[in-house]
Design a protein around this ligand. Structure first.
Ligand SMILES: Nc1ncnc2c1ncn2[C@@H]1O[C@H](COP(=O)(O)OP(=O)(O)OP(=O)(O)O)[C@@H](O)[C@H]1O
Length: 320
């Protein structure tokens, strides 16, 4: 098990289009080493495309992705193959092989990419199944377990090569609120145990408010904002405020962004935005200890002279 601090991922001026249609342009952000970042955005804004571009499955039109001193879009196929081993990816549906049992699914990357013996493989697979709470389900086929268990099996497989960076594509899609709460706790615990750098694409506002160290929002083909969780949760920038508080009032419309007339009508109607809700505590590891990359509650606000919304960081520290 790695106890390092993960690696930094520095994205600079990244642009991606399909058939001349830009998905997003000029995305610049840094995923700090060992921290958890969440990427939000309305449907179809290209969050999955961003993950696939990071891991080298899609080539950007331009821009840089610096990881451990290497610029991914400039690498040869062979060098990229090596750098990809730094990544673990949890795809939306777990992407398990339906005809293989859970043990073989989790063992698959070890059999493909390493020369470990079957007994070594067995020990790593059980260690990862233990980490995600799936020991006992190893003989089952993916079709015989619940959606939440399939996600955890996909996560065990993503962990099996001890990645430095873990990408999660909507880990909470299709899960009920209780399963989502368990999965969020698992994500926090795994980040503490592995020290890897995490990027999570999600639509779940509660996850975005309580799990990450940093939040990014893609909107209208651009990265609207990326920064510490407290910066976005205290922001009054209209798109950020609307999205993070799931409101109808603001620049984002039903199908796309509202036009100038709609926004003017909204302003003239005098609709008052509710005050920003309190910033909740970040979820803590279930063992009660700190994560290596954890920031003290309220630190960003204090350092930046920002008064957090009333009632922020109230109550005890949370583990669920
Ligand atoms: N390989 C591809 N070729 C052409 N267009 C693509 C390809 N992959 C994605 N797109 C387009 O890129 C856009 C962004 O898709 P993407 O799935 O990344 O959005 P998303 O933000 O993840 O959406 P959601 O939140 O609904 O999952 C969509 O219009 C999609 O049709």
């Amino acid at each position: 098990m790695s106890t390092g601090v993960g690696v930094e991922v520095r994205v600079d001026g990244l642009t991606k289009s399909f058939g001349g249609q830009p998905v997003w342009s000029d995305v610049t952000l840094t995923l700090p080493a060992g921290e958890i970042s969440v990427l939000l955005g309305p449907s179809g804004t290209g969050k999955s495309v961003f993950l696939k571009t990071l891991v080298g499955l899609l080539k950007p039109d331009r821009g840089d992705i610096w990881i451990a001193g290497q610029n991914l879009p400039r690498l040869s196929e062979r060098a990229l193959y090596e750098v990809r081993k730094l990544f673990g990816v949890l795809f939306q549906d777990g992407a398990l092989f339906g005809s293989m049992n859970i043990f073989d699914n989790v063992a698959f990357p070890l059999r493909e990419h390493t020369r470990r013996t079957e007994s070594q493989i067995r020990s790593v697979v059980y260690q990862k199944l233990e980490m995600v709470g799936l020991v006992g389900a190893e003989e089952k086929l993916p079709g015989q377990i619940s959606g939440g268990m399939r996600k955890r099996a996909g996560l065990a497989r993503a962990l099996v090569l001890d990645p430095e960076i873990i990408l999660f594509d909507e880990p909470d899609s299709g899960l009920d609120p209780v399963r989502t709460a368990y999965l969020n706790q698992l994500i926090i615990d795994l980040n503490q145990q592995t020290g890897a750098t995490f990027l999570i694409v999600t639509h779940d506002i509660n996850t975005a408010r309580t799990v990450p160290d940093n939040i990014g929002l893609i909107y209208h083909g651009h990265l609207a904002m990326f920064g510490p969780r407290e910066m976005l949760l205290s922001s009054v920038e209209p798109v950020v405020r609307q999205f993070l508080n799931a409101q109808r009032v603001g620049p984002i419309g039903m199908a796309e962004e509202k036009d100038a007339d709609e926004l003017r009508a909204e302003a003239e109607s005098g609709v008052e935005l509710p005050p920003l809700p309190p910033i909740p505590h970040q979820l803590r590891p279930s063992n009660g200890l700190r994560r290596p990359a954890e920031h003290p509650p309220g630190a960003w606000c204090r350092q930046n002279g920002v008064i957090p919304p009333a009632g922020s960081f109230a109550g005890g520290l949370v583990t669920r």
